[in-house]
Design a protein around this ligand. Structure first.
Ligand SMILES: C[S@@+](CC[C@H](N)C(=O)[O-])C[C@H]1O[C@@H](n2cnc3c(N)ncnc32)[C@H](O)[C@@H]1O
Length: 330
């Protein structure tokens, strides 16, 4: 609780085995994926389509989504041909071991980056979990755009969409911890968002507002840069220290996973909220409106967020050009 963590960068870094192990104990996430894949397979069968269906799990880690897909196929009583693509060599090793141990005969383990991997055929469905606490902050949009060239024209992505959501937060302890060097000292400390289980935090506005939305596949090649202006009416006099970020994700049809407080997937613990600090806390009175501005931008090497407030008093743009918190694309 209230411990600031730097967000993971699973694209630029290779995750540790312990990190995968922790993910894999989530009692909700993989069950929701299994139900979503099952729904997809049933829809395909209802359309009169013939198995085997080609399922590609992209960013397979040590295999929990492969297992979810195999269980879904078993429940739907259909044959699938499954490709598990993973760029982390240690996870690939674990996947190969699991294939041998669990007799995953219909699974091919494919080492490589999904953005450049040469697929042997087109996929009926691409299954991935590349989400961060703020939805797109682990670069799911860039990875899936790079992979959709091997998705069949009528293919489906699971997840099909996700939305990043924000609300102002009063959290003096978290802000003080951030300022005291959580990101290594200096300017960067208050220009980095942190993953944190919020405990001593108060939301002075009851509204959660949608910030950035992504849908897959992105056949029109729409840019993944985004810009949003969000107004929040303050309901209680408060010192606002920043914003709390969450995501809500549609896996397929009615199946979703969410850490949005209003649609939270009860029991799921793979993600904590994100805290975006302000350089200077703002004292805001009841009835005042805080106008916030959010950008998601990129260059050849990185993606980054910038944020600022223009009302009631303007602030400088934080993390300008990704100077403090770049999210690596390479
Ligand atoms: C958040 S983890 C999820 C792992 C696993 N699916 C699970 O649910 O436990 C994301 C995985 O995607 C992999 N990954 C990220 N970007 C990738 C890319 N461009 N190509 C292949 N794998 C990628 C990471 O190495 C990591 O194993």
């Amino acid at each position: 609780m209230d411990t600031l963590q730097a967000p993971l960068q699973p694209l630029a870094d290779n995750l540790e085995s312990e990190t995968y192990e922790l993910f894999e104990t989530d009692p909700v996430k993989y069950a929701r994926y299994q139900d979503a894949i099952l729904l997809f397979l049933k829809d395909r069968l209802a359309q009169g389509r013939a198995a085997p269906f080609v399922v590609m799990v992209l960013g397979a880690g040590r295999g929990p989504l492969v297992e979810a897909a195999l269980k879904a196929a078993q429940r739907a009583e259909v044959e699938v041909q499954l490709y598990a693509v993973e760029k982390n060599p240690n996870a690939v090793h674990a996947l190969r071991h699991r294939k041998r141990r669990d007799g995953w005969d219909c699974v091919e383990v494919m080492p490589g980056d999904m953005r450049t991997w040469t697929a042997p055929k087109k996929a009926d469905v691409i299954v991935s979990e590349l989400l961060g606490s703020f939805g797109d902050n682990e670069l799911s949009p860039e990875c899936l755009d790079g992979a959709q060239r091997f998705l069949a024209a009528d293919g489906v992505c699971i997840p099909t969409s996700y939305t990043a959501v924000l609300t102002p937060v009063s959290a003096p302890g978290l802000w003080a911890d951030a300022r005291q060097g959580a990101a290594g000292g200096g300017l960067a400390d208050l220009e980095t968002a942190y993953v944190v289980y919020l405990h001593h935090a108060f939301f002075p506005c009851s509204a959660f507002k949608d910030c950035f939305h992504y849908q897959h596949p992105n056949w029109e090649g729409k840019s993944n840069d985004r810009c949003a202006n969000l107004d929040f009416e303050i309901e209680v006099d408060s010192l606002v220290h920043g914003f709390a970020g969450f995501f809500d994700c549609v896996l397929y049809g009615t199946e979703r996973i969410s850490i949005h407080p209003e649609t939270f997937s009860v029991g799921m613990f793979s993600w904590f909220p994100m805290f975006f600090p302000l350089h200077h806390p703002q004292y805001l009175t009841k009835g005042s409106v805080v106008r916030s501005h959010w950008w998601r931008r990129h260059d050849a090497h990185k993606v980054w967020y910038e944020w600022a407030i223009s009302e009631p008093a303007p602030t400088k743009v934080q993390n300008l050009g990704g100077r403090s918190w770049p999210i690596g694309l390479l």
